[in-house]
Each structure stands twice: as C-alpha cells, then as structure tokens.
Design a protein around this ligand. Structure first.
Ligand SMILES: C=C(O[C@@H]1C=C(C(=O)O)C=C[C@H]1O)C(=O)O
Length: 184
C-alpha cells in the first residue's frame, strides 16, 4: 500500500534515461559528463555523505513517492525480476541548504524486504545511504552513468546508478543530478 507520501503533488519527475557501463562510454554520446558534473558522477562511498559535506547549513531528504509499484521493464531486467513483479519504490529529493540537488529513485525487490530488510520500508526522511553504508552485508556494485532523455535545463541531464547486493539479492539506487548541484 502506498504511504501517505505518495499523495505528494510535486513528486520528482524522473526522466527516461539511457544507461552506460562507464563514464567514458556515456561521454562518447554526451561530453557533458566530463564537465563540472563529473566529480559527482564518480563519487565513491555514500553519496549522502558527499552531499552533506557540501552543505553550509543543512542536508535533508524529502520523500516524494514511496510504496509498492511495478518497476520499468528496463529496471526489472537489470534486477533480474519477472516483468510486472512489484517492488518497493522510493523516490526522494536530496536537498542541500534547502535547494533540491539530486532526485533519487530506489527499486527494492520484495526479497530484500524480508528479515532485517523490513526497515527499508520505514526509512522516512532518513537517508537510505546511512542505512546501507552502516551495514557490512550490503555491498555496492559498479557505478553506471546515465544520460537523461528529453529534459529541459531545470531537470536532470546526467545520472548515476548502482546495485547494492546482499548475498543473492540486490536493490538499485539511481541518482539524477540537478544542475543546481554542479552549476553553483
Ligand atoms: C545510496 C545512498 O543513499 C542516498 C539516499 C537516498 C534515499 O534516502 O532515498 C537515495 C539515494 C542516495 O543518494 C547514498 O548515500 O549513497
């Protein structure tokens, strides 16, 4: 059942995105990945942490949509899920000093919600990164680079995503950089 946050009218518009295995591969299609956003596309470790370090005053997470929903076909394929299999989907804005800097979309398959993973449904405004990076059983896979399609200059143009693995299970975190983050 969707949480009350899914009533939010101003949820992030996550643009359709083409994903590449590396920054260099994406750069062949859009050299903007080598510009000021490059640093953010390559941050290792917790992205939340890196954003917090850039804030003068305050970092916060705004939950826009959260609940059970059907992932896109591309997401289902990437996670090895059957098409139309529902998952817990969380969409948030990551804000620095009260400005939205990043939109994030996380797809959490049902298997990840079992056992201790139940907590993943109750994060609220606590950043997911704080959860994942404080638990050694979750390991991050390689970062992909995304080129967002059909966006205007207020919307994300560039993105990154990775799978986090716990044994045979995996969830997927996509982070879509808003120009306000890297054009400051
Ligand atoms: C995965 C991380 O978590 C961050 C927090 C998110 C959330 O709270 O939904 C989403 C994407 C991330 O950037 C991270 O910090 O690296």
């Amino acid at each position: 059942m969707p949480s009350k946050d899914s009533d939010h009218r101003n949820g992030p518009i996550i643009p359709p995105t083409r994903w590449y295995r590396s920054l260099a591969a994406a750069g062949l299609h859009n050299p903007a990945v080598h510009g000021p956003a490059r640093h953010w596309l390559q941050v290792e470790g917790s992205f939340t942490r890196a954003l917090q370090q850039q804030c003068r005053y305050r970092f916060h997470v705004e939950v826009c949509n959260e609940g059970f929903a059907v992932p896109t076909l591309e997401e289902a394929r990437r996670l090895g899920l059957a098409p139309r299999q529902r998952a817990w989907i969380r969409e948030v804005r990551l804000c620095g000093d009260s400005q939205p800097w990043v939109l994030a979309r996380t797809v959490i398959p049902l298997a990840c919600l079992e056992g201790k993973g139940r907590r993943l449904r109750n994060l609220g405004n606590k950043p997911l990164g704080a959860y994942l990076f404080s638990r050694p059983e979750w390991l991050r896979g390689p970062l992909e680079t995304g080129l967002c399609q059909n966006t205007d200059d207020q919307q994300p143009q560039l993105a990154r995503r990775s799978l986090f693995h716990r044994g045979n299970e995996a969830l997927m975190v996509g982070e879509y950089l808003l120009p306000t983050l890297y054009q400051r």
